[in-house]
Design a protein around this ligand. Structure first.
Ligand code: P53
Length: 488
């Protein structure tokens, strides 16, 4: 007989979403326009081609604002969680989730950033959502900003997080959230995928870069300065949290695992360097509490003089996060000596791995990778770990029984859970997992509704046609059972 794989007693199994991908009601409740409201749905032939993601320029956003082409903007509608939240939270409860990770939209709380008082309508919406979670016995984790930077703030403060005024406005926003919601929310993540945010200054750092983003340019003065401002702000959120009882702050990094393509030592060291620049740098500053030597060297090589004051150093050192969280979808490979074929997969994809299968979008499925990440993070930082995103996006439709037999999703989760269990057995401290996603949502990278991640099917297509009705997929029942047993 198979050995039962038991998980720790209070392990937090749950699900995660983000405001701009679910809420809709983009122009209601006093909310301002965010950058996500200006991302159109673009038809394309090849799902693995995500090159368009790199063409997000200021001009494109302003064209969207005028919308002379009559484009459709999926994140203005999401899955209409704004009006469906009671029904959806009831479904999360029925699924047996112990924790729900959601995000709050800055644009609902301080539409222009610099108001003295928060927008009460916005606060009330989230209060209602959190009350509903409480009634349903769900623990909550809140992401304070998840890709949806408010446009009015960008327009008035064009330097983004390099500007101390923006830093102050963010802290003011966080303080309002802590004052109002600390009693409902124990776990807080200041910034979603802070490393992706730095790839895309528009969504993460709050400024329009001169040129479209370039995945290979990690170091330029404007980015370095805005990022420094964001790191200091992140540390101040941790500092502020200490004034409130019983709340914890974590980081959130997109853990884009890269393996060397082969055993050529050149590829080993280049992979190490790439992983540093794309992810470890962020963990090192926020969880490790200081700028790592390799980054300081890179600044020196680029003749960038970042003035890190003694006060900044202290702030970072004494306000590192309480726990580390990350998203994990796929691994890829890197070679500088051979031309390995590039994988699809948003921006996380580097090279293909001949041993792995990929999703329709070219995201390579690698359950063992999650054990590798958990182990490395634990050994590097010795802080509690939380998997804040992991899941699979698939093209799906309802069958004649009004459900989806998503055995591939069950298989995906089961194999990842097995590897999480292996890490825990090795003594790695992991305390929770929120699947991306409990319910179908609009894709962050491609604005598609067709890229379904949920365990609940939502009847909308890419153009928001449909009834919006919710249907339970097979994985809904599998996850429910699994959580109840807390074992594989
Ligand atoms: P979508 C890039 C690389 C890894 C994860 O992504 C990423 C991104 C940015 O798209 O995003 C996270 O929807 C993000 C979620 C997002 C999810 O991964 O493009 O935190 O908001 O939906 C999946 O397939």
């Amino acid at each position: 007989t198979k050995k039962i794989k038991k998980f720790p007693k209070n392990f937090l199994w749950g699900g995660a979403t983000s405001a701009s991908q679910i809420e809709g009601a983009w122009d209601q409740g006093g909310k301002s326009i965010t950058l996500t409201d200006l991302e159109p749905f673009l038809e394309r032939k090849n799902k693995t081609d995500t090159s368009f993601v790199w063409h997000k320029t200021k001009d494109n956003y302003y064209k969207s604002l005028e919308n002379k082409e009559g484009l459709h903007f999926p994140k203005r509608h999401g899955i209409d969680f704004f009006n469906h939240y009671k029904e959806d939270i009831a479904l999360f409860k029925e699924m047996g989730l112990k924790i729900y990770r959601m995000s709050i939209s800055w644009a609902r709380i301080f539409p222009n950033g610099d108001e003295e008082k928060p927008n009460i309508e916005g606060l009330n919406f989230y209060k209602n959502v959190l009350e509903e979670c409480k009634k349903n016995g769900l623990e909550v984790m809140v992401t304070i900003i998840h890709f949806d930077y408010p446009l009015p703030i960008m327009e008035k403060y064009p330097a983004g997080f390099a500007d101390t005024k923006v830093q102050e406005m963010f802290i003011k926003y966080v303080k309002v959230l802590f004052d109002n919601f600390a009693k409902y929310v124990k776990y807080w993540l200041p910034v979603n995928e802070i490393n992706i945010a730095s790839f895309f200054p528009i969504i993460g750092l709050g400024y329009f870069p001169e040129k479209a983003a370039n995945p290979k340019s990690f170091i330029d003065k404007q980015k370095v300065e805005a990022l420094h401002g964001l790191f200091l702000t992140h540390a101040r959120v941790v500092q502020l949290s200490k004034k409130y009882e019983n709340i914890k702050v974590g980081c959130m990094v997109a853990d884009m695992l890269i393996y060397p393509y082969d055993c050529n030592p050149i590829n080993i060291i280049e992979t190490m360097k790439m992983e540093r620049m794309t992810k470890y740098f962020f963990y090192d500053v926020i969880a490790g509490g200081e700028y790592p030597g390799y980054y300081l060297r890179a600044l020196k090589d680029a003749s960038i003089d970042l003035n890190i004051s003694e006060d900044d150093k202290k702030l970072l050192k004494y306000n590192s996060v309480d726990f580390i969280s990350f998203s994990y979808y796929q691994s890829s490979t890197l070679s500088v000596t051979d031309q390995n074929e590039k994988v699809g997969g948003n921006i996380a994809g580097w090279g293909k791995n001949p041993f792995l299968k990929a999703t329709e979008w070219g995201w390579q499925i690698d359950p063992i990778g999650i054990r590798y990440i958990l182990t490395n993070l634990w050994e590097r930082y010795k802080k509690p770990l939380f998997i804040s995103e992991n899941g699979i996006g698939v093209i799906e439709s309802l069958d004649e029984n009004q459900t989806v037999n998503d055995d591939y999703r069950i298989d995906y989760m089961q194999k990842h859970f097995e590897q999480i269990w292996e890490a825990i057995e090795d003594g790695v401290d992991v305390f929770g997992y929120t699947v991306w996603t409990p319910i179908d949502i609009v894709s962050a990278g491609t604005c598609e509704m067709a890229k379904r991640y949920g365990m609940i099917f939502v009847d909308y297509d890419d153009y928001h046609n449909g009834t919006g009705k919710r249907y339970k997929k097979k994985s809904f029942f599998w996850y429910k059972d699994f959580i109840k047993n807390n074992a594989l």
